[in-house]
Design a protein around this ligand. Sequence first.
Ligand SMILES: [Zn+2]
Length: 339
Amino acid sequence: MTEETPITTAQRLQPQLVDHFMHLIGTQRLSHAYLFNGMDGTGRQDLALTIALRLFCQNVTSAGFPCGQCAECRRIIAGDHPDVIRVVPDGQRIKVDQVRYLKAEFSKSAVEGNQKIFIVDQIERMTTGAANSLLKFIEEPVGNTVALLLTANKNLILPTILSRTQIVDLLPVAPKELAAALAEVGAAPSQQNLLATLTESVAAAQDLLAEDWLKNAQKSIEHWFTACCQGDERAFVRVQTDLLPLAINRDRQGILLDMIVQIWHDALRQQTGAVDPQTLTYPQVAQASQQIAQRLGVDRLVVVVTLTLATRGQLAGNLNFQAILEALTLQILAQIPRR
Ligand SMILES: [Zn+2]
């Protein structure tokens, strides 16, 4: 197998978008500002680089792709082309001097030809002030300039940027590749399916894994769930003793509710037939969820899952987290048949 280049990676992960952008460039219809929205592992940087390569390549293939081998392509891949400006945040934020560098570059025309391209990754990590100061350059580009802004989560992007760029949603990452990326940031195999349903980026997953928050949340929810399944009224007490201490802010409260939806969803999946436990979000309690699935039957299980799904709306409606969960617990207990 030949070695992977940004071009082959982008073709593998985002085949339609690669074709689309190669065609846009071939017919001179590329716009000057895009926002690529795709979590880590979707190849957003590779797609951006492939576009840069196509713009500068001296030996475009007959199919309309950059060659990846000419002098221009090699300089871009090596990060050594004066008209391909790339910024990746240094730590949690895009630093002030990186923004200064970008602004200086935005105001200069191309060094060598008349084409210049900016690739700014994790634009969501730019401070509001910095992002706003870049807006006028996006609006009034100097010469033949293309700005590719990249993000793992467009929900975190300022509306002013969203409204001035063309938003391109990348294909989501394949589950296998996501699992590999999550393993790299320290997620245990038993946490990977759950994390994939809870977060939009590996960075966000890393955040949940910090200080064992996710591990503790998983354990607490598993205990609460097991108590619910047994019709044990101590499930009600566990809301206050186990779950409340983890609900440290609104964001985490929402995640706990999503986690509760998932654990009941596992049971619902097992209701409809044999399921590989490795595909469940809570493989540790696969047996308990299979048993409760059989005891409840599909109708009552659907009632329970619907109750769990309603909690997110209750939280958004500003109901108190503890009150939401206590009410949910009582409603679930009422569905559990007495032995
Ligand atoms: Zn080339």
